[in-house]
Design a protein around this ligand. Structure first.
Ligand code: UDP
Length: 139
């Protein structure tokens, strides 16, 4: 059965460009409830752990550099079928391939600096949410 929570980060590029409000508006308008949220900055160790699955990929160093260069907005979102619906809302990893109207189509500038993260499974949503938030920070 599909779960009802996912985890997102508005990445440093989106925060730098002042897109926090517009992206959160689109997330809310698409039926997601914010369960937890904060502005925070990942350390190198945080980013290396969070993206450990990609550590052998050629873009890993650049990804860690990018994700640690400034603050992010981390949030847990709730909606029926949250993981899949949120991946649809954000669009493909590469904004050139993302559907019109998706968050990445509108706000991402490249496959690396792609504005927003969305968990890819219920299991990862739970792991990633717990990485950033304590139980008492979830509402
Ligand atoms: N990424 C990158 N170059 C690539 C593929 C991915 O820099 O060729 C970065 C990008 O920021 C992406 C993240 O690594 O969001 C994680 O990649 P994944 O394939 O898991 O994409 P996602 O699940 O974020 O769509």
């Amino acid at each position: 059965m599909a779960g009802n929570r996912t985890f997102t980060m508005l990445k440093p590029d989106a925060v730098e460009k002042g897109h926090i409000g517009a992206i959160l508006d689109q997330i809310n308008a698409s039926g997601f409830r914010i369960v937890a949220m904060k502005l925070t900055q990942m350390t190198k160790a945080d980013a290396e752990t969070f993206y450990a699955v990609h550590k052998e990929r050629p873009f890993f160093g650049e990804l860690v550099e990018f994700m640690t260069r400034g603050p992010i907005v981390a949030a847990i979102l709730e909606k029926d079928n949250a993981v899949e619906d949120f991946r649809t809302l954000i669009g493909a990893t590469n904004p050139e391939d993302a559907a019109e109207g998706t968050i990445r189509k509108k706000y991402a500038s490249s496959v690396g600096e792609n504005a927003v993260h969305g968990s890819d499974s219920d299991e990862n949503a739970a792991i990633e949410g717990a990485f950033h938030f304590a139980g008492r920070e979830m509402f």
